[in-house]
Write a protein that binds this ligand. Structure first.
Ligand code: SAH
Length: 281
C-alpha cells in the first residue's frame, strides 16, 4: 500500500483536501520504480538510523520503516503530519516529527534518504552534511545542483554547494530521474544522488570555529567566482565591517602559499580550504 501510483496519490490528496503547496516544494513521488531504485542504492542495513526530510504522503517512509532500526521523518505540513502519524502508528521504530527541518534539533542518524523540498536544498545541505561525521545521503535534488556537486570537467560550474559538499563528502553516484515520476510534475530536471561522508577531513576543519568561518568565507567569495582570487577577496572583505584588509595585505597573505592569481572558479577544493585557513584568526 505504501508504493503509490499517480491515481492513488491524486485520490489521497483529494481525501486529505491537500492542494500541493508550491512554497513547500510539494512534488510527491508517483513512480514505484523510483522508490525501489532509491531503496536499492541506499544499501539499507538493519542497524541504520534514518532521517527522512519531508515524508509527504509516505511514498518512501513505509518501505524504509520495515527495513531499519529507527527512522525519524520530519514533516512541516500539519495535514500530512497528522495523516502519517495515524497511518504509521503501528511502526514503533518510526517517529514522525512535526516541524521545519531547518529549525529543529535532529536526533542522531547515520543516513538520510529523502526526496527533499528542492527549494531549500542549500540550507538542508549546510545543516545536515557540512559538518564532522556527517551521515550518508541518498537524495533526489535539482539536476543543476547535482551537476555542481559532481564537479565535471566544466569547472566553471563550481559554486558554494560544490565546495561545501566536496569538502565534507565524497559524491558517489548520480542518475537522472524523469519529472513524470512526480505529482505535480516539477518544472526543474531532477537527479538521484548518493554522497558519502569523507573519512578524513582537512585538519583545518577540526579546529574550533573553523567550519563556521570556512562556510561563511566560501559563501562570501563565491559571488565573485569569475574574478581573480585577489580581487574576489578584496571585494568580499569590502562587504564586511569588522574585517579590513588592503589589497596589498591580501596579496601578502596569499603569498604565504604557493598560489596563482587565477580566476576563483579554477581553484581546487583543497585550495579553497587552504586559502580560508590563511584568513582565519
Ligand atoms: N518525500 C515525499 C514528499 C516530497 S515533497 C515524496 O517523495 O513523495 C516535499 C515534502 O517536504 C512535502 O511533504 C513538504 O510538505 C515537506 N517540507 C517542505 N519544507 C519542509 C521543511 N522545511 N521541513 C520539513 N518538511 C518540509
Amino acid at each position: 500500500m505504501s508504493l503509490m501510483n499517480k491515481n492513488e496519490v491524486l485520490l489521497l490528496l483529494k481525501q486529505l483536501k491537500v492542494n500541493p503547496n508550491k512554497k513547500l516544494g510539494q512534488n510527491f513521488l508517483t513512480d514505484k520504480n523510483i522508490v525501489k531504485k532509491i531503496i536499492s542504492i541506499s544499501e539499507i542495513s538493519k542497524d541504520d538510523i534514518l532521517l527522512e526530510i519531508g515524508p509527504g504522503l509516505g511514498a518512501l517512509t513505509e518501505e524504509l520503516a520495515t527495513k531499519v532500526k529507527k527512522i525519524y521523518a520530519i514533516e512541516i505540513d500539519p495535514r500530512l503530519y497528522s495523516y502519517l502519524n495515524q497511518k504509521f502508528s503501528i511502526y514503533n521504530n518510526l517517529e514522525i516529527i512535526h516541524g521545519n527541518v531547518l529549525e529543529l534539533e535532529i536526533p542522531f542518524h547515520n543516513k538520510v534518504i529523502s526526496n527533499i523540498p528542492y527549494s531549500i536544498t542549500g540550507p538542508i545541505f549546510e545543516k545536515i552534511f557540512f559538518k564532522k561525521q556527517a551521515p550518508i545521503g541518498v537524495l533526489i535534488i535539482e539536476k543543476s545542483i547535482a551537476d555542481r556537486i559532481f564537479l565535471s570537467s566544466d569547472y566553471k560550474n563550481i559554486s558554494r554547494i560544490s565546495i561545501g559538499v566536496n569538502t565534507f563528502m565524497n559524491p558517489v553516484s548520480k542518475s537522472n530521474i524523469s519529472r513524470n515520476s512526480f505529482y505535480p510534475i516539477p518544472k526543474i530536471a531532477l537527479s538521484l544522488i548518493k554522497i558519502f561522508p569523507k573519512e578524513n577531513l582537512h585538519p583545518f576543519l577540526l579546529e574550533k570555529g573553523s567550519i563556521d568561518f570556512f562556510l561563511k568565507f566560501i559563501a562570501g567569495i563565491m559571488p565573485y567566482k569569475n574574478k581573480n582570487i585577489a580581487n574576489a577577496l578584496n571585494l568580499y572583505f569590502q562587504t564586511l565591517n569588522n574585517i579590513q584588509y588592503t589589497k596589498e595585505e591580501i596579496l601578502t597573505i596569499l603569498h604565504k602559499i604557493d598560489y596563482k592569481n587565477n580566476k576563483l572558479f579554477s581553484f581546487k577544493i583543497e585550495e579553497f580550504i587552504e586559502i580560508s585557513k590563511l584568513f582565519f584568526s
